[in-house]
Design a protein around this ligand. Structure first.
Ligand code: EPU
Length: 306
């Protein structure tokens, strides 16, 4: 048995039977970009207790760990991820409970499901979550946003685990977030959040959700991608800049700049992470050379090259 398989077996023995532990788990299909190599050890803990045990195991074995959400803003390099990849998708982490105007959501709950649940309960203000292809944990980590709304604007309180396994809940005011980021969740694991809305009228909520959805489908590609590749620089939206640089349709291997939206890189089934990285580099170089703009990558990049 190789080291990863041995470690996976050892960890599985420490967790409850309901937890999933696998060695050399392919990750490409767990990302929306559909590229990248495997995780040495892949874990879906069944409970917060098993998550804490997983963190302890990683510390004892000196293994790095990474918490994977829905993989919608993520580029995994072709050599895959060393150490442990933790995914909070089991039911214990994915609940959505309505409590008056708040929705108590687990880290693994999908934003789309939250928007739908809010609609059913006539809670307004969460419509923009409809089209963001993520889950709560990733959306907190990235302060995900769309159509004028951003995650931290609708969070009331946060539940998280520190790397020693201790769980805490704090009001949102205690945690700083900025455009497309929340530094706190670089060193803490999001377990969930209470989101707050306001009283609404179901028909109006449905209409706003349909508008968000329509705008998205008319301006963003349907092919596999990781959403926007770059943060919008202050000078100009990245998508428009890429269009002005006439890079729409530019290709490296199986990766292509979307014809629909210049800030999206889409992949076909021959694409590798290297193709995507090279294409991003080409865009950055052209933006710098021709417009003097330093584009900043928005997609999170993890793992090793082959
Ligand atoms: N534009 C072009 N050409 C293009 C793309 C866009 O000229 O190819 C122009 C548009 O016409 C518009 C402007 O650029 O005037 C901005 O475009 P858009 O409205 O599509 O929004 P965006 O700034 O490109 C942001 C978020 C998206 C989010 C949309 C909708 C960032 C980096 N991107 O895109 O988020 O879905 O607004 O609210 O902030 C993501 O984070 O992954 C993401 C997709």
């Amino acid at each position: 048995m190789n080291a990863a398989a041995e470690q996976a077996q050892l960890l599985a023995g420490q967790l409850s039977a309901a937890s999933v532990v696998r060695a050399k788990e392919p990750l490409a299909r767990r990302t929306t970009l559909r590229v990248g190599g495997p995780a040495d050890i892949y874990v879906e803990p069944a409970s917060e207790e098993d998550l804490a045990l997983t963190l302890r195991f990683a510390a004892e074995q000196a293994l790095p760990f990474f918490v994977l959400g829905r993989g919608s803003n993520l580029l995994i390099r072709d050599g895959g991820v060393r150490g442990t990849v933790i995914c909070l998708t089991q039911p214990n982490f994915a609940r959505i409970e309505v409590e008056e105007l708040r929705l108590l959501c687990g880290a693994g709950a999908k934003l789309k499901d939250i928007a739908n649940e809010a609609k059913r309960s006539s809670i307004a203000g969460l419509e923009f979550l409809e089209g963001i292809p993520g889950c709560v944990g990733g959306a907190l980590r990235m302060n995900a946003g769309a159509y004028g709304g951003a995650m931290f604007e609708v969070v009331d309180s946060l539940r998280f685990m520190d790397y020693a396994g201790a769980v805490r809940e704090v009001p949102v005011e205690r945690v700083q977030a900025n455009y497309r980021g929340c530094p706190f969740f670089k060193t803490h694991i999001a377990l969930g959040a209470a989101l707050k809305g306001r009283p609404g009228e179901r028909m109006a909520i449905e209409k706003r959700m349909a508008e968000c959805s329509q705008k998205r489908w008319s301006s963003q590609p349907k092919a596999p991608s990781a959403g926007c590749a770059f943060k919008n620089p202050k000078e100009i939206p990245a998508g428009r800049l890429v269009e002005e640089l006439q890079l729409k349709g530019a290709r490296v291997g199986g990766a292509m700049v979307s014809l629909e939206h210049g800030n999206f890189i889409v992949t076909d089934n021959t694409a590798t992470a290297r193709d995507v990285l090279e294409l991003m580099e080409l865009i950055k170089q052209r933006a710098q050379a021709e417009r003097g703009i330093a584009l900043e990558t928005e997609v999170q990049i993890i793992g090793e090259d082959v």
